[in-house]
Design a protein around this ligand. Structure first.
Ligand SMILES: Nc1ncnc2c1ncn2[C@@H]1O[C@H](COP(=O)(O)OP(=O)(O)OP(=O)(O)O)[C@@H](O)[C@H]1O
Ligand SMILES: [Mg+2]
Length: 260
């Protein structure tokens, strides 16, 4: 089932967001205009607290803009839906379920026939290197392992849009590199769209078709930089001079924004 066929998949049109706090109203986002095409991978970097998670929450349908509009495939986002899955900064595994049962949860709740997802469970357990831990409970896992359960769960739900909030933050460098490559490989074939928030500029350049740099709060989009590498990327790309040039360029923009 795919109703998302238009090029302009995700659209933020003049989105502003205020929050009421005990100290009064704060403006977090100011006039955000952003378009994400089908199959596009957009990485967002910006100073801590600038409003990156807030943007993701509005696209997910957990929050509504104070003004402006978020739409997906031409339809205003008013609530969460099965076309979108969020991987939060903190893992959200169910502590009372084993790893395998955590992965089975989504397809079961959606009432999908077992034949449609059963083989995927082992495939993704292998991908996130948790096959041996399938029957363990989250409390028996490290933080990085729980995060990998979380990510496998998102893949199994197979949404058209993956919204990822610093998903690889708690992972060690080696695992992170493998997970980055897997993310690109697993989503390329199905032409999934990804919005990926990270503090790691190298990661943003490696994963993104575009890297967006936000300003400090009240946040605006400072730069929207096209990353001209092919979709099929290998970690060895990170050593290429053009990669390093882009990483330095974006690093410079980011540091400038932080000092403003
Ligand atoms: N529900 C809320 N009520 C009040 N203020 C909020 C709420 N959610 C977020 N904020 C404030 O909005 C601002 C942006 O928060 P957000 O979590 O989107 O930032 P972020 O860019 O994701 O930060 P980080 O990089 O640290 O994850 C912060 O100042 C935060 O305190
Ligand atoms: Mg955040």
């Amino acid at each position: 089932m795919s109703t998302l066929s238009s090029e302009n998949l995700i659209l933020l049109n003049n989105v502003c967001k205020d929050f009421d706090t005990p100290k009064g109203k704060i403006t977090v986002l100011q006039h955000i205009n952003l378009t994400v095409n089908k199959g596009e991978k957009v990485c967002i970097v910006g100073p801590s607290g600038c409003g990156k998670t807030t943007i993701l929450n509005m696209i997910a349908g957990f929050l509504q803009p104070s003004s402006g509009e978020v739409s997906i495939n031409g339809k205003k986002v008013v609530k969460p839906g099965p076309d979108r899955t969020v991987v939060f900064q903190k893992d959200s595994v169910f502590p009372w379920l084993t790893v395998r049962k955590n992965l089975e949860y989504g397809p079961k709740v959606r009432g999908l026939p077992r034949s449609e997802w059963e083989s995927k469970i082992d495939f993704y357990l292998e991908k996130v290197k948790l096959t041996e831990f399938a029957d363990r409970y989250p409390k028996e896992l490290s933080g990085g392992m729980r995060k990998r359960v979380d990510i496998a769960r998102a893949y199994i739900n197979s949404p058209e849009i993956l919204l990822m909030d610093e998903p690889f933050g708690p992972l060690d460098v080696m695992t992170k590199e493998v997970m980055q490559k897997d993310l690109l490989d697993l989503t390329r074939e199905e032409n999934k769209s990804i919005i990926f928030i990270t503090h790691d500029i190298e990661e943003a350049v490696f994963l993104g078709d575009r890297v967006i740099v936000m300003t400090a709060r009240p946040a605006k989009i400072h730069s929207d930089i096209k990353i001209p590498f092919p979709k099929d990327r290998d970690p060895s790309l990170k050593m290429e001079p053009e990669f390093q040039r882009l990483r330095k360029q974006i690093d410079g923009i980011f540091k400038g924004v932080e000092q403003e």
